[in-house]
Ligand binder design. Structure first.
Ligand code: KG4
Ligand code: ZN
Length: 398
């Protein structure tokens, strides 16, 4: 990255799924200060349905965006009251399909001064379109009200950029050392979230090729669906991982269930996880009773199967496309056994590859990662204004 000496402050908005998130970061010469990082999760609301319900997510974002904005500005010390600023009709135009948000905007925003920021950034996709539109419309209204440039960001690029704040042990030339994260290109990224499972080759910020992806369910989705089969709450990833860990502590060896490792030996870098979920269902149907022990052993075998496939594909990708850095990112990168197993295999097979994972609070969806990705665009001069449209299926290589 180039490192301009100017300090830039970016306020970022993320509403692609079930988190209403706003962050403010300050960036200077490639170093970052997070001034605020607010994530309002809707998990409790969606739990009832066992997954995210798009129209409900949209309504919740409408309700949460302004309180989250106020909290983000206050935490960043950028909140200043104003006395009845005029809100021109043009400012409200983007909110014509968000009546609830429009009402609160009209009531609240006249009392808030334009903050001292340089850019606004917003997620344009991929994700749930009604949810994305809410964040985009809000960002467009703020852009007009505050006269700030608006930068659209790809959510998956945000997950990659989340590692710019990593302070974790990085593995460089086979030696473990505490270093500040810097991504060396070409970099390989394993992106694992609720909606995506992709192996992406990054030549530089903004230049990506998808080397492989899931042909059906994403890894996080498989965790969530298997959790449902095991009567565990949404989101299933952390719940399954907790049970798997208990099982490893109680039974050093476990061979009660044996699940397939889908596409482990396939001659490509694609994945498939829906068969694994079906295999879990068949195995559970054979049980006369789903006991706590059944849940623990199945959770462990499922997690082991997923990790084995992910690690094998990463090593295969690295053997085909030499990379200087491996990035593990997306919600499932919060999975500790995945992080550790990948690290162990990298040390053994590719010690020259630096390994970077996000800090814990940056694995799952948040707006700090959107601000970081926006910064990489500012750096490369990619900030020309263009119309922003919610793109549910936006690809990282488009
Ligand atoms: O990136 P993210 O926050 O949202 C999307 O963009 O999809 O990822 C959410 C996904 C969920 O499927 C959740 O179950 C999974 O990440 N997840 C985990 C863990 N923490 C979150 N999966 C496995 N282990 C975890 N510790
Ligand atoms: Zn995500």
């Amino acid at each position: 990255m180039n490192t301009p000496s100017k300090v830039v402050k970016i306020l970022a908005i993320e509403t692609s799924c079930d988190e209403t998130a706003i962050s403010v970061i300050e960036a200077k010469e490639g170093t970052f200060k997070v001034l605020s990082h607010i994530v309002h999760s809707q998990i409790d609301i969606h739990k009832e349905y066992g997954g995210v319900f798009p129209s409900l997510a949209k309504r919740e974002h409408e309700k949460n965006l302004i309180p989250v904005l106020i909290e983000a500005l206050q935490k960043a010390n950028l909140f200043k009251e104003a006395s009845q600023i005029d809100i021109p009709e043009k400012t409200l135009e983007p909110l014509h399909k968000n009546h609830e948000l429009r009402e609160v905007f009209i009531k609240t925003m006249p009392n808030i001064s334009a903050p001292d920021i340089d850019y606004i950034a917003v997620t344009e996709g991929p994700g749930l379109e009604p949810a994305l539109w809410t964040g985009i419309s809000f960002a467009q209204a703020l852009k007009t009200l505050w006269s700030k440039p608006l930068i659209p960001v790809n959510h998956m690029e945000g997950h990659i950029a989340s590692v710019l704040l990593s302070k974790n042990d990085a593995q460089i030339k086979g030696q473990k050392s505490k270093v500040k994260s810097s991504v060396q290109f070409p970099a390989l990224a394993l992106l694992v979230s609720g909606g995506h499972t992709e192996l992406v080759l990054a030549r530089s910020w903004g230049s990506y090729t998808i080397l492989g992806k899931t042909l059906d369910d994403a890894v996080g989705e498989a965790f969530d669906k298997v959790a449902r089969l095991l009567d565990l709450p949404y989101p299933g990833g952390p719940e399954i991982s907790k049970l798997a860990q208990q099982d490893r502590q109680e039974n050093p060896k476990s061979d009660r269930f044996k699940l397939p490792r889908p596409m482990l030996h396939s001659d490509n870098l694609n994945f498939s996880f829906s068969g694994l979920k079906t295999a879990v269902r068949y195995a559970l149907e054979k049980e006369s009773e789903i006991t706590a022990e059944t849940r623990r052993t199945m959770a462990r075998e499922f997690e082991d199967a997923v990790i084995e496939v992910l690690v094998k594909k990463v090593l295969r990708a690295l053997s085909e496309r030499p990379a200087k850095t491996l990035i593990l990112a997306g919600g499932v990168s919060a999975n500790i056994p995945l992080k550790k197993t990948l690290e162990r295999h990298l040390l053994e097979h590719c010690p020259e590859v630096a390994y970077i994972v996000p800090e814990n609070n940056l694995s799952t969806d948040n707006a700090t990662m959107i601000a970081l990705a926006a910064y990489t665009k500012i750096e490369s001069g990619d900030t020309q204004e263009r119309p922003i449209v919610a793109k549910g299926n936006l690809r990282i290589d488009s």
